[in-house]
Each structure stands twice: as structure tokens, then as C-alpha cells.
Ligand binder design. Structure first.
Ligand code: DGJ
Length: 359
């Protein structure tokens, strides 16, 4: 029995096996927590989807039972989610209207690198699955964001599907990537979901070649974009968004874009989910003694989600320490969020427990 969190350590499940749910998200449903994440195999092969989305359940968040593969990759080479595609950052939310669990994830089609930049959707009637894959797409085809500028409302000639990976920000700023992707839909890479108090759900994702994030409202059944979205953090190159809400205010943690290598975390807040958002700076402090990394490298990790304990003023920030050379050995860093007068802080702890929230 675990009675504490040990950030960065091997985290055995009920079978004694290190939890395999990377880039994950946690759903609280009827007194049980469900942790969904990328199942990674050993070696560099683990950077692609060889198995699918793994699910674990827990009552106390310290001890997790293996619930198996919630969404399996397909053996059909024609399927979008065929084995060897890239399936990242799965998140699950519960749709009350249809009594269905809805999973969204970042999908890259097999053998296309990170070019496809699609959102995938799967559903299930039970939290741990199995989930049925529905479709993948680039969101919001043919729709301008609510804060589009007049000078963006055109489809630029001549840039085709040019990749801007490694391009300077100056070069990107001169290019209307939003307009380029208007017809086919907007790129959707690192992502998260958020259900607001009124039941409206949102999909937030790194778009426009990762240069700008989009926050996109979902339909009432949570299965598609509703067609209303906003561009935020223009040309700030953010990945790994994790959104949460406290006392009516929205907060987000995100990272810079440096592949699997860690960088400094960012934090931001807004009175309305569609913004304007204000950047608050790096929320982290302290050092992970295992790798010597502090706030400049987010303890060696990258944000993946924030869990609010149901009905409590208690929030846990979750990060992945990626191990791209041996993906299965990736580690999890869960830390409590402390709120300040102007934002929040996340301080390294070698170990901690829920008592952190009562003091
Ligand atoms: C950083 C992202 O946050 C990860 O989910 C993954 O896409 C890697 N980049 C791939 O390099």
C-alpha cells in the first residue's frame, strides 16, 4: 500500500508493474479515479503507438489497479489508429447528456512524422472501456476563430504544406498559417480537455505548427468541435496545456516546445476561458535531486494535466519525465498546487500526501 506520492520514482501498480500511462489525464467519476495515458513499450519503439491507451483505477490516487487497454491500436493498416501511428496525450471526460465517456487524443498518422496533427475521438459506455474509435480530423475546417483579424481572413498562396518546424518566429509571423489551414482544418497537436461548471466542454491544443494555441468549444455530446474557437498565446510556441478553474478563474500550465527535452513551465490565468489570458511566468521552484533539475527544466518534466479533487479546493499538477530512449521508463511527477495572491506555485517535494491540502 502506498500512503504517499513519490515524484519521479518508479510507481508500481497493483501487480507491481510500473504504471504505463504517459501523457495522461485523470477522470474522477462516482468516487473512483481513472488514469488514462499512452501505453509505451521499451526502447525508442515506445515513442509510437504499439498498444494503445492504458487505463488504471484508484480510490485514493496513491494506489492504482490495472484496468487494461482502454483503446487498442488497430491491426488494420487502413485505420487511422493502426499500430505504429502516434497517439498522444489521451484525455477522457464524461458526457451526462449521452451517459458516455468521451476520449480525445492527439493523433499522427503512421509514417508521416508529426505532419498530420489531428484530433482523434473514441467513446465508451463504461469508464475503463473498451473505447470505440470514431474518427480523426483537423478541427474547425472552414471556420474562422472568434478573434480572427481581418488581415488573416484569406488563404495564402504558395505555402502548401510547408513545415515550419525549426523556423524562426519572424518567419512564422510573416505567414498566415491560420489561413493556410482554413479549408482543411486547424492543426491539433498537444492537447487537453476541460469541462466547465455549466457542462460546456473545451478542447485546447497546440495549433498553427505549434506557434499558437487554440481553445475550441465542443458540441453538447463532446464528440466534435462546436465551431466556436479562439486563438491564444499567439507565437508563444506552447505545448502540454493543462487547464483548471478555481473560484471562477481559469488557470493553465503549459511548456515551451523542445521535443522530448524538458524546458521551463509557464503559467497563465484568465477571467473567461476564451481570454484574454495573462501569462504569469514559471510557477515551479525547488530541485529534483534525482536529476538536479529545477524550475528552468520543470524538474525534468513536462505538464500533462491538473486534477481538481472533486468538491475540494485541492489541485494536483501532473508532469511526465519522458525517457525517449526507453519510453516505457518515463516517470510521473505529481505535485500539489499552492495558490498565491496573483497566481500559483508548484514546489518540488521528494514525497508528499493529501495532508498537503489541509494546511
Ligand atoms: C512534446 C510533446 O509534448 C509530446 O507530447 C510529444 O509530442 C513530444 N513533443 C514529441 O517530440
Amino acid at each position: 500500500m502506498n500512503t504517499a506520492f513519490h515524484p519521479g520514482a518508479i510507481w508500481p501498480d497493483n501487480k507491481g508493474v510500473h504504471i504505463n500511462a504517459h501523457g495522461g489525464g485523470v477522470l474522477a467519476h462516482q468516487g473512483t479515479y481513472y488514469w488514462f495515458g499512452e501505453h509505451k513499450v521499451a526502447g525508442e519503439a515506445g515513442n509510437k503507438a504499439e498498444v494503445g491507451v492504458h487505463c488504471y483505477s484508484s480510490i485514493d490516487l496513491y494506489n492504482w489497479s490495472d484496468e487494461g487497454i482502454a483503446l487498442a491500436v488497430s491491426d488494420d493498416p487502413k485505420s487511422d489508429i493502426t499500430r505504429g501511428s502516434i497517439l498522444e496525450r489521451p484525455k477522457v471526460i464524461y458526457n451526462e447528456l449521452t451517459a458516455t465517456f468521451v476520449m480525445w487524443f492527439h493523433l499522427e498518422l503512421k509514417d508521416q512524422g508529426y505532419r498530420a496533427a489531428r484530433a482523434g475521438v473514441a467513446i465508451s459506455k463504461s469508464p475503463a472501456g473498451p473505447y470505440t474509435y470514431l474518427e480523426s480530423f483537423r478541427p474547425n475546417a472552414g471556420i474562422w476563430p472568434v478573434n480572427v483579424r481581418e488581415d488573416q481572413k484569406h488563404i495564402p498562396a504558395g505555402i502548401g504544406d510547408k513545415s515550419f518546424s525549426g523556423a524562426t518566429n519572424d518567419e512564422v509571423k510573416k505567414t498566415n498559417i491560420l489561413g493556410r489551414d482554413f479549408t482543411g482544418g486547424q492543426m491539433a497537436r498537444d492537447m487537453n480537455l476541460f469541462v466547465d461548471d455549466d457542462g460546456t466542454a473545451y478542447h485546447m491544443f497546440a495549433s498553427e505548427e505549434n506557434s499558437t494555441m487554440h481553445i475550441s468549444e465542443l458540441t453538447k455530446d463532446y464528440r466534435k468541435p462546436a465551431g466556436r474557437y479562439v486563438r491564444v498565446f499567439e507565437h508563444r510556441w506552447m505545448e502540454a496545456p493543462a487547464l483548471f478553474k478555481r473560484n471562477g478563474r481559469y488557470y493553465m500550465i503549459a511548456s515551451d516546445c523542445t521535443g522530448w527535452a524538458p524546458n521551463a513551465a509557464r503559467s497563465m490565468s484568465a477571467a473567461s476561458i476564451f481570454g484574454p489570458w495573462t501569462e504569469l511566468g514559471n510557477p515551479c521552484s525547488g530541485v529534483n535531486p534525482e536529476n538536479g533539475m529545477g524550475p528552468e527544466k520543470t524538474f525534468g518534466g513536462q505538464s500533462t494535466c491538473v486534477l481538481q479533487l472533486p468538491g475540494r479546493d485541492a489541485y494536483i499538477a501532473m508532469f511526465d519525465i519522458w525517457r525517449p530512449k526507453d519510453a516505457i521508463d518515463g516517470r510521473y511527477v505529481w505535485l500539489p498546487i499552492e495558490f498565491t495572491s496573483d497566481g500559483f506555485r508548484i514546489t518540488w517535494r521528494d514525497s508528499w500526501d493529501m495532508a498537503a491540502f489541509t494546511i
